[in-house]
Unconditional design. Structure first.
Length: 176
């Protein structure tokens, strides 16, 4: 399962994530939102413990601002301990763009998350200009290929071969 948030407007309609995430990023609020999501996601996972989701895994997206937050790894560890959540049930998604924009901090965060027992997915892989160059140095567990390559995969032989190439490189690196 993947935790996704929406913002309910005063009229009851829902805003798309990009409508409120852009504003939150502009006003440096994404780290607070990400922490809220992490806390509430862990609370929900803890409530499900031993129930119907014994074999489930749960994915949480991290914003670019959080990927550059040096204190986030401690927060994640504190929340895992507080809610007594099995870290192996949680994986965090970081976009390729976020990971490469503050590379050394992102690598430190990824390694810290993995040392806790959680997995890390590199989201939107292939969207950056130097994707494979960075991939060699990012200790991630999972690649989520950018939608631009997957959307027309059944009809477009070039997209199909690009996905096949990304898959083969990931496989050779032991990445799902």
């Amino acid at each position: 399962y993947e935790f996704l948030i929406r913002l309910k407007n005063p009229d009851g309609s829902l805003s798309t994530p990009w409508q409120f995430i852009q504003a939150a990023e502009r006003y440096d609020l994404m780290t607070e939102i990400d922490r809220w999501v992490i806390r509430n996601a862990f609370r929900m996972v803890a409530e499900l413990k031993g129930g119907v989701c014994k074999d489930c895994s749960f994915s949480i997206n991290l914003s670019g601002q959080s990927a550059a937050d040096r204190t986030l790894k401690n927060y994640i560890q504190e929340q895992l301990e507080y809610y007594a959540v099995d870290a192996s049930k949680i994986w965090f998604e970081i976009t390729e763009t976020a990971a490469i924009s503050n590379f050394s901090v992102a690598v430190d965060l990824i390694e810290s998350i993995r040392s806790l027992g959680s997995l890390v997915a590199l989201d939107d892989f292939g969207s950056g200009l130097s994707s494979f160059g960075y991939l060699k140095n990012l200790p991630v567990d999972i690649l989520k290929i950018d939608g631009q390559f997957v959307k027309e995969i059944a009809k477009n032989p070039i997209d199909r071969e690009m996905v096949r190439a990304i898959h083969q490189v990931g496989q050779s690196m032991g990445i799902k």
